[in-house]
Design a protein around this ligand. Structure first.
Ligand code: HAS
Length: 547
């Protein structure tokens, strides 16, 4: 099935997508800089005293929120808007709703920015109570999340319109991926909606006296784990439906691709207790259930590893590559967008393995709350997601700005540096974690640092410095592309076709059975445990702002 081709996006859509990407990248720039300062702090060099930041924890909160929440969410909103309209070859159902969504999210973001930059929300990106932030921070985040739900509504309406006009046709693949991502996220967001609206906002406004930290954390992780798949599924949209074309090949299996996206709907949700293996108040039985389902959600990523690799191989062979492995040489390694994504995959394989270490109930005792966990998530969200979004920006920004990519070689060097920097930094973090080094700690000024930790800290600092140079190069390439890139009207949008035309069973093109399955699984895996937590809840903790 030819996915699509040659559709011209409306000017308003292009502007909107560019605006989302601009906000995402502006926040990423600040986030990267703060990451560098953290790395230096761990190596004993305090750069905070030269800034307006009050302390390490303010910097860490901004770093986490900007990189993990703002960069991702705004980039995803722009990219999904693009993938939806381009693959269905029609504008969104409501242009007014699209712009309202953007402005609502931006208004929320301004509140979040204000609270973070003025040290009123140094509660780290997990918003753990009883650390308390200014109400503006919580309300701002709620507005951003409501924006993503409005995007879901607009995409669903657009899809229904498309279905009416194309009876009996299969949903084009990128749009299918967009819907799977947003439907999963819509269900996942229930946890933080309840946490923020009924617990944290009234508490921060002084309308309630206290909050129960355990109930609050449980609701957070109800959303918090699926949130990582909200960061990952747009990456898979690129790896499955775009990257094969960039490799010069085709999507190896359409049914497997659809199955992987659909499996994430039921399997991403009931796994939040794997972040709480060490928390009291939740029975071992429920923790074990979540551990098993976590091994289940590993599967669609394994499907992805094999399907995407086979699709890339089809590209290598189509370009004349032969032999068992010699085809790898024929791949378009001079294309920074392609190369960056393959490098991201290589590190993501390690990120997946470290995820299994985390998920293994008893082994989690060794790594929980240590630097091992940041070692894991810099290989996943910091590499698979961030590097793929950079790679997407390398063709999407030229397409939207109608300019050729400036500095192809610089972009290649940038991608290689991100790979090397992340490999070094995550290696240092994982190693430190296994020695018991705590995460979320100003280690550079901690009195208990052991001499044997120092080499790992230096790895973290060196990796962080390499990443900062890479980040700088990324922005140079994009800014120069917009300002100096050669004008071009014919920038190609890479959309891959399946290797062979196949009949797709109805359940691989419909979401309802998977949504019902997800709801049942969530009720079974979470219902009694949450009821128990609420029944013993003691909402007595006042807020603390220790910084
Ligand atoms: Fe995770 C903690 C388990 C995936 C992000 N995770 C975190 C935190 C973050 C995060 C941010 O069970 C910290 C939260 C906090 O602040 O406390 N995670 C997993 C598991 C997976 C997983 C089992 N995590 C992700 C992804 C993330 C992410 C994806 C962001 C995008 N994670 C955990 C657990 C914890 C946790 C526990 C809690 C730890 C604790 O104690 O606090 C799986 O979904 C991973 C599946 C991945 C794979 C890899 C597939 C590989 C592919 C590429 C291969 C292609 C190749 C091609 C090699 C199975 C698809 C090469 C090509 C050539 C041409 C050669």
């Amino acid at each position: 099935m030819a996915v699509t081709g040659g559709y011209q996006l409306q000017r308003g859509d292009k502007r909107l997508i560019l605006a989302y990407i601009f906000i995402a990248l502006a926040h990423l720039a600040v986030g990267i800089l703060l990451g560098f300062m953290q790395g230096m702090q761990h190596a004993g060099i305090d750069l905070y005293k030269y800034t307006f930041l009050a302390h390490y924890y303010q910097g860490l909160s901004i770093h986490g929120v900007y990189n993990a929440l703002v960069f991702t969410t705004f980039f995803i909103a722009g990219f999904l808007h693009f993938a939806m309209t381009y693959s269905l070859k029609r504008p969104m159902h409501s242009t007014k709703l699209s712009w309202f969504t953007f402005w609502l999210m931006t208004a929320g973001l301004i509140m979040v920015d204000w609270a973070l930059l003025t040290n009123r929300a140094s509660v780290l990106y997990t918003s753990y109570a009883p650390l308390q932030a200014h109400p503006a921070y919580y309300i701002g985040l709620v507005l951003v999340v409501v924006g993503t739900l409005l995007l879901l509504a607009n995409c669903l309406l657009t899809y229904l319109g498309w279905r009416r006009d194309h009876p009996g046709q299969k949903t084009p693949l990128p749009a299918f991926g967009v819907l799977a991502t947003l439907i999963m996220w819509g269900m996942a967001s229930v946890g933080i909606a309840v946490q923020f609206i009924f617990l944290l906002i009234p508490w921060s406004l002084g309308l309630t006296d206290g909050v129960d930290p355990l109930v609050s954390r449980t609701l957070f992780w109800f959303t918090g784990h699926p949130l990582v798949y909200f960061w990952l599924l747009p990456v898979y949209i690129s790896w499955y439906f775009m990257l094969p074309k960039q490799a010069g090949g085709k999507l190896f299996s359409e049914p497997l691709a659809r199955l992987a996206f659909l499996l994430f709907i039921p399997l991403s949700l009931p796994v939040g207790f794997h972040h709480q293996f060490l928390d009291p108040g939740v029975s071992t039985g429920y923790k074990a259930v979540h551990a098993f389902i976590t091994f289940g959600v590993f599967m669609p990523s394994m499907l992805t590893a094999f399907t995407v690799l086979a699709s890339i191989e089809s590209g290598g062979r189509a370009r004349g590559g032969k032999g068992r492995l010699a085809w790898i040489k024929s791949l378009p390694w001079n294309d920074p967008s392609f190369t960056a994504q393959v490098l991201a995959m290589l590190l993501f394989a390690l990120g997946g393995i470290s995820g299994l270490v985390n998920a293994s109930f008893t082994v989690n005792l060794v790594v929980h709350n240590t630097m091992f966990v940041p070692g894991h998530f810099h290989l996943t969200v910091g590499t698979a997601t961030a590097m793929t979004f950079m790679a997407v920006a390398y063709w999407l920004v030229p397409y939207l700005a109608k300019r050729k990519l400036w500095g192809r070689r610089v972009a290649l060097v940038q991608s290689a540096l991100w790979f090397v920097g992340m490999a070094i930094m995550s290696r240092g973090m994982s190693w430190a974690g296994l020695m018991g080094v705590p995460r979320r700690t100003a280690l550079g000024s901690a009195p208990y640092v052991l001499p044997e930790w120092l080499t790992a800290f230096n790895w973290m600092a060196v990796g962080g410095a390499v990443l900062t140079i890479s980040g700088l190069l990324f922005f140079v390439v994009l800014i120069m592309t917009v300002l100096r890139g050669q004008r071009a009207e014919d920038i190609e949008v890479p959309l891959a076709e399946p290797l062979q035309e196949e009949t797709i069973p109805w359940y691989l093109d419909r979401f309802r059975p998977w949504v019902i399955g997800a709801a049942v699984l969530v009720l079974m895996a979470y219902g009694p445990a949450i009821a128990q937590l609420v029944s013993i809840s003691n909402p007595a903790s006042p807020g603390f702002m220790p910084y």
